[in-house]
Design a protein around this ligand. Structure first.
Ligand code: 5AD
Ligand code: SF4
Length: 487
């Protein structure tokens, strides 16, 4: 019998991509195989996002096409998951009667059970208001079908306890829950044993990792569980102060044999502690890249956003990070056109962006998200033409520093990990430097993804480096997956 096939379309952030990997893992455990042609897949999953864009328009457009496809192929099964499903359930159910399964952000692990249920009962909708079974709530990197063999995402925390007024995440991802320390370290050990040498720790606010784990465990006296929950350093500390567990976690996962690169995203500037900077500096495996979202350079807008820092404080934290960590690359997120943003506010953002000299800036136009505080500030929305003009001006400033940072690498030798053949030129390989910069190079020979090499940088643009292979440092250790054909 031919195996059924599936295709997943992911909208949104790494958290969503990680959830998609998990859904892929569940479907494969149920006997499905990836579709070579997504249009012919038996099961289509749309994993949605509602952070910024009008993802709802895109989703309903895609669902329209799928409706026609389902009329032609009644066996086609459709699953809609993710943040938009969590937030927009009634609307979705009303407009998309042909969707078989709708599930939210807290019950991703139920995808296959719900699919089976829908075969018996017809369309099912199951959204949980919060993560109920904690162990099930975390997308463990082990249960998933990883897209890349040498690299894995590790979700250390879900949800967010902050209250940024523009942001829908707390509403769709719920309150902050950290995964026990010991479980994370064990997972990274197993990943390393499987040949993974790069991990990315994921959380909405990684600096506050563990706050929820230790708050209730302050009384002095080590009990066995503390080591599992909060790590041995915290458990051995009789004062039970609020240790920044994230720094301990960085240290612990960096020490796992075989792990060469540790990345994380994202820390909140208000919580970036000296201990984290020290842990980044002292652990060789931690990459010298920091994503530190600025959002705005104006203090009054930062207050209205509820960010908890001023522009000056942000720049101080940035300076401390750069002083403590050698050769640090810094990326950021900036929102243009937050309600009430004046020309003066915007110029402050330009000035801070220029001073910060980011390696990379993700810039966004403010988008009112239903259910957020800022969406109610409609009397202060900024004219869209003004916003577009500001957006372009900001882009000019951030591109200038990005280009300067990239050009400064010319002539240096970078340690890279090969990602694969370049999408633009099949004679070139694409790779990542420790600073997370994309580096294209001609190797002369094919190098497998995951290969570590040193490359001389000879050219640079605002978003890439180009160079020549110096030497191969190490072949990947993971087993090569034997491709499964859908036939
Ligand atoms: N409008 C525009 N940008 C937003 N972001 C989050 N919410 C919004 C919104 N409503 C941006 C922030 C955040 C990034 C992930 O998305 O810059 O850091
Ligand atoms: Fe949203 Fe702010 Fe939480 Fe980030 S820290 S997820 S921007 S509420």
């Amino acid at each position: 019998m031919t195996a059924k096939t599936y295709a997943i379309r992911t909208f949104g952030c790494q958290m969503n991509e990680h959830d998609s990997e998990r859904i892929a893992g569940l479907l494969e455990a149920d006997g499905l195989v990836p579709a070579l042609d997504a249009d012919a897949a038996d099961v289509v999953v749309l994993n949605t996002c509602c952070i910024r864009e009008n993802a709802d328009n895109k989703l309903y457009g895609t669902l329209g096409h799928l409706k026609t496809a389902k009329e032609q192929r009644p066996g086609l099964e459709i699953i809609v998951s993710g943040c938009l499903a969590q937030n927009d359930r009634e609307e979705l159910q009303r407009r998309a009667g042909h969707v078989d399964v709708i599930l939210g952000t807290h019950n991703v692990h139920r995808a296959v059970e719900l699919l089976h249920e829908s075969r018996e009962t017809g369309p099912v909708l199951e959204i949980w208001d919060e993560a109920l079974e904690e162990a099930e709530s975390f997308p463990s990197a082990l249960a998933v079908r990883r897209e890349i063999d040498y690299s894995a995402w590790v979700s250390i925390q879900i949800g967010c306890d902050n209250t940024c007024t523009y942001c829908i995440v707390p509403a769709v991802r719920g309150r902050e829950l950290s995964r026990p320390f010991g479980e994370l370290v064990a997972e990274v050990q197993r990943l390393a044993a499987d040949g993974v040498h790069e991990i990315t720790l994921l959380g909405q606010n990684v600096n506050s990792y563990g706050r929820d784990l230790t708050l209730s465990r302050r009384e002095v006296g080590v009990v066995y569980d503390d080591v599992l929950i909060a790590g041995s350093l915290w458990a051995a500390d009789d004062s039970r102060r609020i240790r920044p567990l994230f720094a301990d976690l960085l240290t612990a996962v960096s020490a796992v044999e075989g792990i060469e690169r540790v990345r994380f995203t994202s820390p909140h500037p208000k919580d970036l502690r000296p201990e984290t900077i020290v842990a980044m500096a002292e652990n060789d495996a931690v990459c010298n890249h920091l994503h530190l979202p600025l959002q705005s350079g104006s203090d009054s807008i930062l207050t209205a956003m509820h960010r908890g820092y001023t522009a000056e404080r942000y720049l101080e934290k940035l300076a401390a990070a750069r002083a403590g960590i050698e050769d640090l690359a810094v990326s950021t997120d900036i929102i243009v056109g937050f309600p009430g943003e004046t020309e003066d506010d915007f110029e402050r953002t330009l000035a801070v962006a220029a001073e910060a000299e980011f390696d990379l800036a993700y810039t966004f136009i403010f988008s009112p998200r239903d259910g957020t505080v800022a969406a109610t500030y409609s009397d202060r929305f900024v004219d869209s033409e003004v916003v577009s003009a500001r957006f372009k001006r900001l882009h000019t400033v951030t591109e200038r520093s990005a280009l300067a940072k990239h050009r400064a690498r010319i002539g240096r030798i970078e340690e890279v990990v090969v990602e694969g053949v370049s999408r633009r030129n099949d004679q070139m390989l694409s790779s990542r430097t420790r600073q997370n910069k994309l580096l294209h190079f001609a190797s002369g020979t094919a190098l497998r993804p995951g290969t570590r090499a040193s490359v001389l940088v000879t050219d640079a643009g605002a978003h890439y480096l180009a160079g020549e292979l110096v030497e191969v440092l190490a072949a990947p250790r993971h087993r090569t997956r034997i491709p499964v054909s859908a036939g």
